[in-house]
Design a protein around this ligand. Sequence first.
Ligand SMILES: Cc1cc2nc3c(=O)[nH]c(=O)nc-3n(C[C@H](O)[C@H](O)[C@H](O)COP(=O)(O)OP(=O)(O)OC[C@H]3O[C@@H](n4cnc5c(N)ncnc54)[C@H](O)[C@@H]3O)c2cc1C
Length: 317
Amino acid sequence: MLKSLLLGLSRMPAVKAGVVAFPLTKRVVDRFVAGETLDDCLRVTHALAGRGLLATIDYLGEDTTTAAQADRVTDTYVELLDRLAAEGLTDRVEVSIKLSALGSMLKGGYEVALDNARVICAQAERVGTTVTVDAEDHTSTDATLRTVQTLREQYPWVAVVLQSMLYRTASDCTKQTGEGNRVRLCKGAYSEPSEVAHRAKSAVDRNYRRCATILLQGKGRPLFATHDDAMTGHALAEVARLGRDPDSFELQMLLGIRSGEQARLAGLGHTVRVYVPFGTDWYAYFMRRLAERPANVVFLLRALVERPQHRKVQSGF
Ligand SMILES: Cc1cc2nc3c(=O)[nH]c(=O)nc-3n(C[C@H](O)[C@H](O)[C@H](O)COP(=O)(O)OP(=O)(O)OC[C@H]3O[C@@H](n4cnc5c(N)ncnc54)[C@H](O)[C@@H]3O)c2cc1C
């Protein structure tokens, strides 16, 4: 109920204006977002690297409404990739892109987004890193899969994201088991109708386990994006059962969520990658993080009523 409400609000411009303008919201946002500038984001990325964690950086923004805006997002990624190269981070840091930020909602939509994604992939290839194409809501799944397929003709290292909440995903996973395919498996962060998606957590989790096994039985590189111990536990048990090379998969989590667990898993020798969002357009991303966990709403409300000097600094979930 609360989850649906927050996901609904994440699409409402009027609410966005109020939330973004409210100064105290920022304190909670800082927990999930690396900052507004490239420098902020690189500082956080260096700190993660110092703790043995890899990163995938997302330049926030998913409501691109003009071609100029899509170009600006593309240029920012190109600049980001240059900076990663200059700072010697490209062996540990890649980028995540959203096709909606690159223009998929404009006239000519996916062609525009594909052209912009190609520019980013070319730059990633030049500096020696990779790109993941994020999954958005189910109405974009087919077009996103097609776009990734096209990009992979030239850049086979482009990763796709599949969401276990969707009924179709086991079948999509089966199609993604080819040699070297990088596939991020997550539960799905969008509000979806029951015609296309499991609504019960138990069903989403069951499908996650099933999809994880399908990917691990294949020849690709699964990227398990979850903070759920049961999902990570299943993936690791299947890795052992199937005799998979420990370097042939990744565990991924979001910045600010279960930071201690990220470090613990990296300390055990697993490859752990943290999703690092940055930029000023944090509203929709932030609302989805609130929707995932009611306790985050309590944390927000507490920040709104506490005086700044009394606020306790928390290091993530
Ligand atoms: C690296 C990465 C990339 C992702 N990319 C995409 C994408 O491209 N498209 C997409 O739709 N979704 C994406 N997601 C989001 C994902 O779909 C889920 O919405 C999100 O990860 C919560 O699901 P969960 O697997 O952590 O399990 P849940 O069952 O939601 O949570 C398990 C436990 O994790 C902790 N937890 C989970 N979320 C939070 C939170 N927000 N705040 C605090 N604690 C939390 C809690 O302890 C919770 O009990 C991504 C997630 C990750 C980690």
